[in-house]
Design a protein around this ligand. Sequence first.
Ligand code: BTN
Length: 327
Amino acid sequence: MQEKEVEIVRILRAGPGNEKKYVSGQALSSRLGVSRTAVWKHISNLRKMGFLIEASPSKGYSLKGEASFNGVEIRSALTTGTIGKKVFFYPSIDSTNIKAFELARSGEPEGTVVIADAQSNGKGRIGRRWESPPGVNVYTSIILRPDCPPQAAQNLTFLSAVAVAEAVGAVCPGRPTVKWPNDILIDSRKVAGILLEMDSEADRVHFVIAGIGVNVNMKAMMLPDPVRSIATSLAEKSGHEVDRTHFVRTLYASVEKWYKIYLMEGFGPILSAWKGYFDAEGKPVKVISFNRSISGICAGVDESGALLVRDPAGAVVRIISGDAERG
Ligand code: BTN
């Protein structure tokens, strides 16, 4: 969703004043300063994004309808400088992470976001599926291009968790918590998940895709078992529908804020903010890491964010990747 598309929607919404609100291709072309062929291309992009635009050879274009959650509204709502500078919106897509990966490979800049109303192949962590029905949630992927070695990209896992937790906390009563490394919970039920994917050389990151799925207005009963019993949504917890466009604005602003802090001050402030949402220390925990199950008492995280688990023999095991459940 780029500037020309946003401008076309503004023009079509206003119309020229007559009751049918048709705007000629010529008028659009001169107001936008582009050729009529380019106008046609932008109109066809808008149609793919859920705008119902009628074209008449004699009268021009007329906007007949639009989805309430759409790229134009999202882009107009944004207050950020970098995150969301370019917005690619889809009514439905296989996975926003897959699309963002393709776009990043083809050179789209840092801060470009992909957002969809529905996903047919939403990807979760550890090869799981992310349920992505239409009309209710937020599925978005953000392209980041940190200048760092691949090992440091792991820091962005914690950064995304802090940003999502902050955005969730801003629209929902009660403080969210994080489950190591980056699930966001409210009252022990999962409300958001994050999937980080990366393209790199041995010593340099090309780009990172931060894929974020937030259950906004979904009812947990819409989910299949066994996810149903462990999931919730912002609406269920706040007792009212949450405006998805407003939530996306809050989310991107939060990602931008924490990413700036990370670039200027490093991982320290990110990890300490993350610890403020982490409530498992001192509690029993069970971690599955690379097909190995480790149970014990959570001893917090170290300075790199690795999970520390004190096993029954008293030894502290350091875990860099895996899935942690309450033991
Ligand atoms: C998890 O397993 O907790 C991570 C879920 C991440 C889901 C999001 S939805 C937007 C983005 N696109 C995907 O295919 N996955 C991520």
